[in-house]
Design a protein around this ligand. Structure first.
Ligand code: NI
Length: 169
């Protein structure tokens, strides 16, 4: 079973590699990602967060009961649209750190599913935000890169503790 990788692990800063073949290794990676996302109660999880530098992310679907998780392999935005909106985000790889991030509210993403079939999906508001957050992970970008200077100051103790590898404040 894979584990969650936390900032400042280098895997989180690498540009993830495209997936060529969806083999049993990829299928088991995706299963682990969904399990860890659920255990950690995240809205989404990207492969680098479990130590795999692959262009894959998973997110919760829109049903309250679950069971409709979305799997994106080799995702690309074909549209990112709308006026920037500010909202608070957190990240499983940055425990206890939250900050306001500006993102556009409407996206269309194209990706492959576990069978290798291409699909496109349109998302607004929270979904669009979540997908952009996860896509950032595939490019080695974290919310601490996008949050305001003020938010970085607010979070600096926690961030420093995380970066020095302990929980001491
Ligand atoms: Ni994240």
């Amino acid at each position: 079973m894979r584990k969650l990788f936390l900032h400042p692990d280098a895997v989180l800063r690498r540009r993830a590699e495209p997936v060529d073949t969806i083999d049993s290794g990829i299928v088991s990676l995706v299963a682990d990602m969904i399990q860890i996302m659920k255990e950690e109660r995240g809205l989404g999880l990207a492969a680098p967060q479990v130590g795999a530098s692959k262009r894959i992310f998973v997110t919760e679907g829109e049903s309250e009961e679950g069971g409709d998780e979305l799997i994106f392999i080799n995702p690309k935005f074909i549209l990112v649209d709308g006026l920037l909106e500010s909202s608070e985000e957190g990240c499983l790889s940055l425990p206890d750190i939250r900050g306001t991030v500006r993102r556009q509210p409407h996206v269309i993403v194209e990706a492959q599913d576990l069978q290798g079939q291409s699909f496109t999906l349109e998302g607004s508001d929270l979904m669009a935000r979540c997908w952009q957050h996860e896509m950032d992970h595939l490019d080695g970008i974290l919310i601490i890169d996008r949050m305001s200077v003020i938010d970085r100051i607010v979070n600096r103790k926690r961030l420093r503790a995380l970066e020095s590898g302990g929980d001491q404040e």
